[in-house]
Structure formats: C-alpha cells, structure tokens
Design a binder for this molecule. Sequence first.
Ligand SMILES: Nc1nc2c(c(=O)[nH]1)N[C@H]1C(S)=C(S)[C@@H](COP(=O)(O)OP(=O)(O)OC[C@H]3O[C@@H](n4cnc5c(=O)[nH]c(N)nc54)[C@H](O)[C@@H]3O)O[C@H]1N2
Ligand SMILES: Nc1nc2c(c(=O)[nH]1)N[C@H]1C(S)=C(S)[C@@H](COP(=O)(O)OP(=O)(O)OC[C@H]3O[C@@H](n4cnc5c(=O)[nH]c(N)nc54)[C@H](O)[C@@H]3O)O[C@H]1N2
Ligand SMILES: [Mo]
Length: 773
Amino acid sequence: MKTLQTASHWGVYNVVLDDTGEIAGTTPFARDPRPAGFNPALPELVRSPLRIDRPYVRESFLRHRQKSNAQRGRERFVALSWDQALALVAGELTRVRSDHGHASIYGGSYGWASAGRLHHSPSVLKRFLGLNGGYVDKLGNHSFGAALHIVPYVLGRSDIAQLATAWPLIVKHTRLIVMFGGAHLKNTQIESGGTVLHEAVDWFGKVRDAGVKIVNVSPARDDAIQGMTTRWLPIRPNTDVALMLGLANALVSQNLHDREFLATHCRGFEPFEDYLLGRSDGVPKSPAWASAITGVSAIEIEELARRMAHTRTLITTSWSVQRADHGEQPIWMTIALAAMLGQIGLPGGGFTFGLAAIAGVGASLPKNLPRPTLPLGPNPVTQHVPVGRISDVLLHPGRELDYDGRTIRFPDIRLIYSVGGNPFHHNTNLNRFLEAWRRPEVVIVHEPWWTPAAKFADIVLPATTTLERNDIQAAELSRFYAVMRKVIDPVDLARNDFDIFAELSDRLGFRRAYAEDRDEMGWLRHIYDHSRLAAAELGYELPIFDVFWADGIYEFPEPADPEPLLASFRRDPGTHPLKTPSGKIELYSETIAGYGYADCPPHPAWLEPFEWLGSPKAARYPIHLLSNQPAVRLHSQLDAASASRASKIARREPLRMNAVDAYSRSLKDGDTVRVFNDRGAFVSSVVLSNDVIGGVAHIATGAWYDPLTPDSGALEKHGNPNVVTNDKGTSRLGQSSVAQTVLVEIERCEIAPDVSAFDPPVRITEPGDCSRA
Ligand SMILES: Nc1nc2c(c(=O)[nH]1)N[C@H]1C(S)=C(S)[C@@H](COP(=O)(O)OP(=O)(O)OC[C@H]3O[C@@H](n4cnc5c(=O)[nH]c(N)nc54)[C@H](O)[C@@H]3O)O[C@H]1N2
Ligand SMILES: Nc1nc2c(c(=O)[nH]1)N[C@H]1C(S)=C(S)[C@@H](COP(=O)(O)OP(=O)(O)OC[C@H]3O[C@@H](n4cnc5c(=O)[nH]c(N)nc54)[C@H](O)[C@@H]3O)O[C@H]1N2
Ligand SMILES: [Mo]
C-alpha cells in the first residue's frame, strides 16, 4: 500500500495504491477541514469504459477530409496510430494556415480542464498555437463575464474574484449581509486551480455565531446556508436591479444616503439620482415600482433600506445574477447601492461579488503572490472574439459586432482546436451551436473521455488525466503550492496534452521553441524556481524545488490584518485614486455614455430582460428556468461517476419546480417531463419543492449533452439546460453569457427515450491497419 498526493479543482487529496500499483481508494488531505464530497470520482473514472483509448478520426473525414463537416457527430470513428494522428493534425494545421491564414484557427478553447499549472491544457494549446503563428483567442469568461466588462469602468479594476471582503472582517464587523442571489456552500467545494483548505463552511459558522443577520434575496429559499437563520426575500429572477433601485430610492426619500461619501468618493450621483427619482424619465423607482417588478412587497423594501442604512451592511451579489440579460446592471447597481450606504472601504461594509461562488472568495491572501505557470508566449493574431458569442462567430464570418466601445469583425474560422473544455456544456443555445460547430472544416479535440465534444469532433486525441502526470497546484485565491504526483502510468495510449503538442511542434519545426529542451520534471522545476525568485523579492523564502517536492506543500503565511476592500481609496481618494477617468467610483460613466448603447446606459438602470416572468412571452412560456452549478460534480466533469449518477432520477438530471406549478400541470414527484421553448427541448425528472418560488424551475448544469438524434433541434434526453438557453450577449458592452435568462414550458413526457449520454461512439479498426503507438 502506498498513498500519493494529488490535487484537483475540488481540493488536495491522496490516492491509495495497492501492492500491484492499482488505485484502491482515496483519503482526504489531513489538514483540509471539509474535503469535497466527490474526491473518489476521478480515480473511479480513470479506467472507465468511457476513456478514449487511442487516437481516432471520424470515418468520412479520413476519406473526404474537410468536405464532410456536416457529418460531424453522425459517424463512426476509425482508430489511428499516434503517428498517423499526429501527421493528420500537423497536416491540417499547415493546410488551413497556408490556405486561410492564422486568423482562421480558433484556439480560444474555453474550459476548466484540470488543476495543475504545467498541464493546464488550454494554456498548453495557446503556447503551441502561438508558436505556430497565432490563433483567434476568446475574450471574457462564462463565470462573471458581464462583471468583467463593467467593473473596469466603475472601479478601474478587473480582478472580479478579488472584489470581496475578507472573512475575518465580516465576522468581526458586519451586522447584516444582504445577499442578491444568495450563497451556496455546494459551490465552495470548488476553486479554479483547486483549493487546499475548504474553510467557507467554518467561516459561515463563525458568521452565524457572531449573530450577523442574513437576508437571502433569491428565487430559491435554499440559496442560503443551512443552519443559519436567514430571512428569505423571494424575488422574480433577473429583477434584482429593480429591487436595488427600490432600496436606493427608499434611502433617498428617507434621506438615509451618505451624501458626503457620494460627493467625495463618487462621480455622477446627480444624473443617477435624477433617474432614481424619475426626474429624467418620469418613472420614480419607488419601492412600489420595484415591488410590481420583483414581487417583493414595498413595505419590506422600505424596511430593508432602513435596516441597511442603520447598521454595518455587506451587500453581496452572486455571479449567477450577472449571467443574465443586461448582467452588467446588477453589478453596477450593487456598487451604487453600497456607495449610497457610504460603507465602502469600512471593515465589514460595502460590497462583495460571488461570496461562496468558489472556495477562495473572501480568503485573506498576501498581496501579489506569484504562481508557477507555463509561459504562454506571444500570439501574433490580435483578432479575438467574445466567448459568449462563439456561435455567431462561426455562423457569420465577416460580420461585425459592437463590443465594449469598438467594433469587431468576425474572423473566418476554418479549424477549431478544443482542449480542456466542454463546448456542449458551456455554450448556450446548443441547437444553434451545433450548426455553428459543423461549419469549420476541421475540429480537433483532446479529451480523456468520450464527452459530447469528443463525439462531435473530427480528430480525437486521448489525453491523460491529472493522475497520470506530475504537476503543481497553485490557485489564484490560495496561499498554497501543492505537489500533484503521478499516481499511475497513462491509461491505454493516452498522452499528456503537453507531450502531444511537443510532438506536433516537432513535426511543424518548432519543438525547441515550444519544449525548450525540458521534460516534465524539468518544466516543473523551472516554473517553480521562477516563482521562488519572484517570491523572494516579496520577502518570502521558499525552499528549493527538491525540498518542496518532498514536502508536498508550501504555505504562504496568512496576513494578520486583512484590509477592507478599497480601504486606502476610502481613507484618501486623492493619494489612492481608482483607475477610472475621475479616480472615483463612477456612478455615471462619460466613456460609456460616448458608446451610445441603449442596452448599457451610462448609469445603472433597470432594463427589461429579453424574456422574464413580466414579459409577454411568459404567456406562452410561463416558467423561468435557472440552471445552477451542480453539487456533486464540476460542470460536466465527473458526470459519469457514481456520485453524479446517484443524484439523477431515472438516469436524468432532476429539475426542481414549485409544487403549485406542478399540480397545475398534473405532475407529481419523479414524473418525466419535457422542458421546452422555441430554441429546444430536453427531458428531465421532476422534483416538487416549495424552496423555489412559483414560476421558477431549477436544474443543475452538467448533464452530458445527449440528443435523440445528432441533429440540431433534436430532443435532448439527459437534462442539459443549454438546449433552451439563449446565445445573445448581455449587452453591446459585455457580450457575455445570459444563461440565466430563459423562459420555458414544462409538460409531462409520456414516452421517454433512453439515456445514452455515457455510451461511447462506434469505433472501428481499419482492416490491415495495425495501429500501434
Ligand atoms: N446553462 C448554464 N450553462 C453554463 C453555466 C450556467 O450557469 N448555466 N455556467 C457556465 C460557467 S460559469 C462555466 S465556468 C462553464 C464551464 O464549462 P467548461 O469549463 O467547459 O466545463 P467542464 O465540464 O469543466 O469542461 C472541462 C472539460 O475538460 C476535460 N478535461 C479535464 N482535464 C483535462 C486534461 O487534462 N486535458 C484535456 N484535454 N481535457 C481535460 C474534461 O473531461 C471536460 O470535458 O459552463 C458555463 N455553462
Ligand atoms: N459544486 C460545484 N461548485 C461550483 C461549480 C460546479 O460546477 N460545481 N462551478 C463553479 C463555477 S465555474 C462558478 S462560475 C461558480 C458560479 O457561482 P454562481 O453563479 O453564484 O452559482 P449558481 O449555482 O449558478 O447560482 C447560484 C444561485 O443563484 C440564483 N439565481 C439565479 N439567477 C438569479 C437571479 O436572477 N436573481 C437572484 N436573486 N438569484 C438568482 C439561483 O437560485 C442559484 O441557485 O460556481 C463554482 N462552484
Ligand atoms: Mo464559471
């Protein structure tokens, strides 16, 4: 028996090996107070029948190459040797590059991939494609794309995940937390790059023990911490801005806003106040006005405004709230409301984005910690596209898009190289996306498993999992570096993404530039040493690599006294101005005014989403569908493991809906339903719940896309909500994902097709082809 430490986005843990060297189980990392529930899931899937055992090519791609793109996802795969596969990929890259230029290669490849800084597959891809001459990259992200675009104008910053109040300050100073979009402990199992100590649960315990009052503004009662007394303000989805405006209006009408802070630290309160009071548009944003939109009573709004003004209040807004049409507005309005309370920069006051969205939000971190990372190198192509608009990019080459104050012209993508993400998970409006995905001439995917992306690719290369390689974990919101040890040899013919690209760069003539003559351990040593030097400049003495590798973990000290967010700016805005044009918090942005975007006006505003419970479309599609993050897996990762499968009902992703909505549709617990709108339909199993308000249904994301037939518009059988979501952008400013803005209807499904999400595709070995590594 032997145990080896590894790490994942869901934490550090140990893998136990039996005497034959086979995986026998996992044990938690001893120092982790709350290990994630699904630690055993990856070891369980390492030798699953879903593993891709060798390189494959789609059958007619082999014969007709790029003329068969409409067949993508419809055909058998032919086994290849690594030599054949690498020659094919190198040949396609060369052909596309010389026929159409580098801006016809899409390498934006979105995705969480796995933890580990060296083998982070999207980074490895970018390093490779950059050296190959360049690629079209993505802009923004799915997590907090709208925030990422608006906050620079308002606060002059873009470090969204760090716009948070540190836990010790909340416990000590905050008396009231008003959570728009709630906070959910299930989400704190995760950290991009991996947490080391899951501490959020215990911090919430301390918050509770300190007697902090909590208000959960959400369509779901359980978007709150179990065991904490919480006041639930049920709200219609996507109407948070209206509620915040109602609160702001109540503050002004009771003269409870901090005029001095607004004058000394903010710019543009006057035009915003004109809007708030209805001077500019004739509509006062009164509590009664807000009540009609949100469903929260006017009295509650007035009372909450008073409570917020009279006590140390932290306003938190979840990332989900901005993953919606006009998602820039709730973020801007959160800052405006906090500014009116005048507590920004005071301990425990102000605002926080994404409290409990991932493990590290609110962690006390030393400033500017270096992280060992693989250098990406230059990308000579400068034409990039918003990640939320990828379908439009693929469907409409040459078309122009207003984006963040400029116009971008869509490139003509001929080749997609996708690693470390699941486009059939992160993209919205999958029926349209499938058509888009079938446009380019070539789609190349590296995957450990037969995920939907692999099944719908042309060339599929088998990638290792983290357990098959050595790496270093070092997340952005963490004070730790952790050793990730290779646990087993690569399964079947799988190779590390890094090595696949090394082989390809060899064939393309730039191996030296790519691999720099280092092997895996050479690279780990190199990137660690780089960070060690940078850390030394900040006064930290890290051990030499061999000592770190033997120790398994390095911990930077926790700062003794975390600073309140924006504390120095508050203390002295003259000496510590924000990086905005005025140096202050911009409640009115001259720059945004100059763009003239109706869907992102120059101050925070309530703009009706393109569909919501108050819109005419609700007559046909009366249920607002929210697709939240799954409790038992990471997005679509680990969906095939037993923890995730056990959470399904009749093998489908369950959907929660209010009992009254269910009764009126004659649905009972466990019924199979069809959830649909004009964009698509999926099958799910119903769970009745009074924890979601009437008119709202909840389904976790991540069920592997499983269409009845491989056609755009086919019924999805497994419960993937992205067949009904829309792929418009949040606004011309952010062009980010609107995954939470969806109306649907739900009806009983009498005859439900079988789920086949976890069936690998048909594969053949060509006669006479003895494929070997
Ligand atoms: N409806 C709806 N959709 C959403 C959201 C929502 O709220 N609602 N949320 C969005 C958000 S916030 C996010 S972040 C995205 C997440 O979307 P993704 O990041 O695309 O989702 P993952 O399932 O994590 O995909 C990672 C893929 O990488 C593969 N992988 C893991 N390790 C390796 C490796 O070492 N090498 C290679 N080659 N592959 C590897 C995994 O098998 C998996 O298929 O989804 C978005 N989608
Ligand atoms: N276990 C687990 N944890 C994860 C992930 C995972 O896949 N699994 N993914 C991680 C990632 S990539 C991200 S980006 C974060 C995302 O973190 P979030 O975006 O905060 O998480 P969600 O679960 O999508 O949404 C939280 C809640 O927001 C509520 N909500 C949705 N729309 C609205 C609205 O319009 N108004 C209000 N008031 N509430 C609304 C929903 O009821 C939902 O339960 O989670 C991370 N954590
Ligand atoms: Mo995310």
